[in-house]
Each structure stands twice: as structure tokens, then as C-alpha cells.
Write a protein that binds this ligand. Structure first.
Ligand code: DUT
Length: 154
């Protein structure tokens, strides 16, 4: 059982998510909860080399105000199969009420079959702040100035 106090995450199960395990933290210190694929039982979603696919999770995630969900790849899938998230980290907004989906891409050289319940990615719940956006005419002075992209040397 989790003994950390984070925000409550309400998960609304969609009909095609019936029977798919809830996203879960696999170890006590895991930063991300694993997301499972809600593809059809006998209909694996096959991603050919170089192709991408939007994989359903079967859940709406109601993320608390002041937080976001970050969808990130699993290193094991990346290392073993060249499977990663194309838009990593994917951003799930706290006001989003659609199904969370995972955009996978196959960088490997073989077809990859996503099967029902397969752990395809992980989601971190992270605090966010919104900036107060103000247009200004001049940038303030700093020691760095406009130096960047290696300006401090190696
Ligand atoms: O990996 C992802 C990324 C996004 N989303 C959902 C949740 C997010 O709140 C919504 C919009 O995502 P984003 O802001 O990245 O998309 P956009 O291209 O800016 O589209 P929009 O105009 O809908 O905001 O899509 C996912 O389910 N998975």
C-alpha cells in the first residue's frame, strides 16, 4: 500500500477499459505509475518499424488542480524493442476529461505487438504553476546576458 501523501487521482474507467488493471506504482519508490494498454483482448495493435500508434489506456484521469500528468516512456521497451513515446513527455492537463492515450513510436526494426494489459508507458504526477504573462519592452540585465549554448565552456 502506498504510504506517500500525494494528490488524489480519480480514474474513470471507460467501457473498453473493463478488466484492465488500474495504473499502479510497481515499487515503493517508483516515480511513475505504469499505464496499461486497453486494446482488444484478441486484437493486438501492431506497430511496424518507423510507424506510430495512439494506444488507449481505458481511463479518464482526473488530475488535481495544480498538477499535471507526464506520460513518459519505459526504458525497458526502448532498450529491448526501440519503442518509445513520440511526444515525450506527454502532457495531461488537469482539466482534460478525455481518455488518456499513449503515442508510441517504433524505432526498432521489427513489428511490435501491443497486447491488452501490456505496460506501455508511465505517468508522473507533477506540480505545475501557471505564469502571469506580461509583455515588456526590454530584458533586465544579468551576468549571463545573451550567452548560451555552451557559452560557459565545457
Ligand atoms: O501523451 C498524451 C498527451 C496528451 N494527451 C491528452 C491530455 C492532454 O490534456 C490533451 C492535450 O494535449 P496537448 O496539450 O499536448 O495537445 P495539443 O496538441 O496542444 O492539443 P490541444 O489543442 O487539444 O490542447 O491530450 C494524452 O492523452 N496523452
Amino acid at each position: 500500500m502506498q504510504d506517500v501523501l500525494g494528490p488524489t487521482l480519480r480514474l474513470i474507467r471507460l467501457p473498453h477499459g473493463e478488466g484492465v488493471e488500474l495504473p499502479a506504482y510497481e515499487t515503493r519508490g517508483a516515480a511513475g505509475m505504469d499505464l496499461k494498454a486497453a486494446v482488444g483482448e484478441n486484437e493486438p495493435l501492431v506497430i511496424a518499424p518507423g510507424r506510430r500508434a495512439l494506444v488507449p489506456t481505458g481511463f479518464i484521469f482526473e488530475i488535481a488542480d495544480g498538477f499535471e500528468g507526464q506520460v513518459r516512456p519505459r526504458s525497458g521497451l526502448a532498450f529491448k524493442h526501440g519503442i518509445t513515446c513520440l511526444n515525450t513527455p506527454g502532457t495531461v492537463d488537469s482539466d482534460y476529461r478525455g481518455e488518456v492515450k499513449v503515442l508510441l513510436i517504433n524505432h526498432g526494426d521489427e513489428d511490435f505487438a501491443v497486447t491488452r494489459g501490456m505496460r506501455i508507458a508511465q505517468m508522473l504526477i507533477t506540480p505545475v504553476v501557471q505564469a502571469r504573462i506580461v509583455e515588456a519592452t526590454q530584458a533586465s540585465e544579468t551576468a549571463r546576458g545573451a550567452g548560451g549554448f555552451g557559452s560557459t565552456g565545457v
